[in-house]
Ligand binder design. Structure first.
Ligand code: FES
Length: 338
């Protein structure tokens, strides 16, 4: 694939998208530091929703995540300047009779709470809406369980690619989910959507062992759904067990570093699901981490000039093509520049 054309910087490409920066349960009554695309942020709750601004105070650069949330806004711990959700300073306690200078403000960003996550868009005009996952809205029929944030030395694109990679299951996940007896990847189609991709494949996965019995092989239907730029939703439908869905939302700190918010939804009737998921998925992701952090380059390549993709890699190939199109300022479903 050619990457002819002007490639936009990594940051410029992904700034206009919503990215998660924290689990909603992590943001309590106090402010919370966060980071996105080399931008240091502070988050706090207000009566009208979540606020996100630059992390360092306009007065003397103190860390606002050490401040206090008040009814007027976020109060800096150093000299008490208080910032409203708009980013404007509304109070300077050391000179209360003097008008607040125009420059006494911090950059503010769009923030939203959805799907158990705090999302931030660093641009005032998002390029795409937040992902729609209506199944999560009904807490009577769906429960969710999050894993601790994944903090990996790899790019967000590499992280999503490993989630989409079918051929690695039998090798990287031998001993957990992968079936070493079935390395061949059957042919599958990838559906291109305006804002994502979709593919379905049947994989003879290993079902967990019960008691002293060996693991069983179960034909698990894997449905992959990508929302650009860095979200993958993967539904597991075993024949022998209830389905569940995993959400992997990578959030770029830089071109070579990301954190990932990883959680599952499942039917509340499944007993012990949360406990089993945290244990088994943590082991599976640790296997992935070792591979992903070892890949070079760490930055997500724009093409395959340094790699040799094969047909079994079809889904990661289409994903990489879509992200390369975004870097070139083209729609993600634009035809490849082969
Ligand atoms: Fe924040 Fe002075 S540094 S109020």
């Amino acid at each position: 694939m050619s990457t002819a054309g002007e490639v936009r910087s990594y940051r410029d490409t992904f700034v206009p998208y919503w990215h998660p920066v924290a689990y909603a349960h992590e943001l309590r009554e106090g402010p919370l530091a966060a980071r996105l695309l080399e931008t240091e942020l502070v988050l706090w709750r207000t009566a009208s929703g979540v606020a996100a601004t630059q992390r360092y105070c306009a007065h003397r650069g103190a860390d606002l995540s050490a401040g206090t949330v008040t009814p007027q806004g976020l109060r800096c711990a150093f000299h008490g300047w208080t910032y409203a959700q708009s980013g404007s300073c509304v109070r300077i306690p050391s000179q209360p009779q003097t008008p607040v200078p125009e420059r006494a403000r911090v950059s503010r960003y769009l923030a939203a709470e959805r799907h158990g996550l705090i999302w931030v868009c660093l641009s005032p005009e998002p390029a795409a809406p937040l992902p729609e996952w209506p199944e999560l809205a009904d807490s009577a029929t769906v429960a969710t369980v999050p894993l601790p944030r994944l903090d990996w030395d790899t790019s967000a694109g590499r992280m999503v690619e490993i989630v989409l990679d079918v051929a690695h299951l039998s090798f990287v996940h031998e001993g957990t989910f992968g079936n070493p007896e079935q390395p061949e990847v059957p042919a599958y189609d990838v559906e291109k959507l305006p804002d994502g991709l979709r593919a379905q494949i049947v994989y003879p996965a290993l079902a967990p062992a019960v008691g002293s019995a060996p693991p069983r092989v179960d034909r698990t239907t894997l449905t992959y759904e990508v929302t650009f730029p860095f979200t993958a939703r993967l539904t597991f439908k075993p024949t022998l067990f209830y389905p569940h869905t995993v959400y992997a939302v990578a959030s770029p700190w830089s071109e070579e570093k990301m954190q990932c918010f990883y959680f599952a939804s499942y039917h509340p009737r499944i007993r012990n699901f949360a406990e089993l998921f945290v244990k088994s998925e943590s082991a599976i992701l640790e296997q992935d981490r070792r591979v992903a952090e070892g890949q070079r380059p760490r930055a997500h390549p724009l093409d395959f000039s340094g790699e040799v993709p094969v047909k079994a890699d079809r889904l990661p190939i289409e994903y990489r093509r879509a992200l390369a199109a975004l870097r070139l300022g083209r729609p993600p479903d634009a035809p490849a520049l082969d």
